[in-house]
Each structure stands twice: as C-alpha cells, then as structure tokens.
Design a protein around this ligand. Structure first.
Ligand code: RP5
Length: 159
C-alpha cells in the first residue's frame, strides 16, 4: 500500500491538488488519491480515516475548500500526520478554507499549508517520511539542491 494518501473534498479541487501529485510523480514516489467529502460522503470519510493506518498509510494530505472540515475530521479519526491544503474559493479567496483548517482544537492537530499550497504539502509529506526512509531523504535533498542551483543560476540574469 502506498504510504502517501492524497484526498480532496471534490473533483473541483483537482486542479490544485494535482500539484501535489505532479511533485510526487516527478520524484518517483508512489501515492494514492481519492475524493472524500466530509459533508457529502461522511461514511466514506469515516471508513477511509479509520482504516488508513492499518492498510499502511503513513501520511495523509487532505485538500478542501470553503467550510473545509475534511482534514480536521480525518485527523480526529487517525493518529497519522494530516497535512491540510486550503483550497482557494471564489467568494472568500480561500481565507474561509484556511481558517477552517488551521483553527483545530488542542489535541487534534492538522499541519496547515498555504492557500492552494498542494506542492508544499507533498514536500512536507516527503520530509515526514524521510525521517525513516533513506531513499526518500536522498530524493528530497536532491530536489532541494536542484532548486537552489536553479535560483543561483537564474540570479545571474538580474545582477
Ligand atoms: C468542499 O467544497 C470541496 O473541497 C470544494 O473545495 C468545495 C466545493 O465543492 P464542489 O461544490 O465544487 O463539489 O467540500
């Protein structure tokens, strides 16, 4: 079973959440993905979150918008680390999503990314796995080195 699970509240979240998927595919790290809605499919949410650890998941990335209860509800049902991605909304620009996800009660944490921060969610998931996985650690460090090299090279265009 893939260690990283990516879920989103709606297929409309896909354009944002695919950034996490693309990052993991770029680094050749396997993952699984699904649509799980806190409000529209609560029983699916319950089954998924209750079983996530026992089927081998190690970290969960959950993107949701608006009244974004998905990451918090997952976190309430599993002790796995949950990384929340607030999706930008048309009416409140994702501030609603961000506040819904970040304001968890003491005792049930969700690691909250920036609005639409799906790429960083993938990198953060890799950082968690890298603690105990040398191959992922090497991939993450190479990614960061390449990023630094690119910025240092681009810098020459402006100085
Ligand atoms: C949330 O409601 C989803 O995560 C999505 O961001 C938002 C809107 O969903 P749709 O109406 O587009 O399905 O649950």
């Amino acid at each position: 079973m893939n260690k990283i699970m990516i879920v989103m509240g709606s297929k409309s979240d896909w354009p944002v959440m695919k950034e996490a998927c693309l990052l993991l595919e770029e680094l050749d790290v396997p993952y699984s993905r699904d649509v799980v809605s806190a409000h529209r499919t609560p029983e699916h949410l319950f089954d998924f979150a209750k079983n996530a650890s026992s089927v081998g998941r190690k970290v969960i990335i959950a993107g949701a918008g608006g009244s974004a209860h998905l990451p918090g509800m997952i976190a309430s049902l599993t002790s796995l680390p949950v990384i929340g991605v607030p999706i930008k909304t048309s009416k409140l620009s994702g501030v609603d999503s961000m506040l819904s996800i970040v304001q968890m009660p003491p005792g049930v944490p969700v690691g909250t990314m920036a609005i639409n921060g799906a790429k960083n969610a993938a990198l953060y998931a890799l950082a968690i796995l890298a603690i105990s996985d040398e191959i992922i650690k090497e991939k993450l460090e190479e990614y960061r080195k390449n990023q630094t090299d690119t910025v240092m090279s681009d810098r020459k265009l402006v100085i």
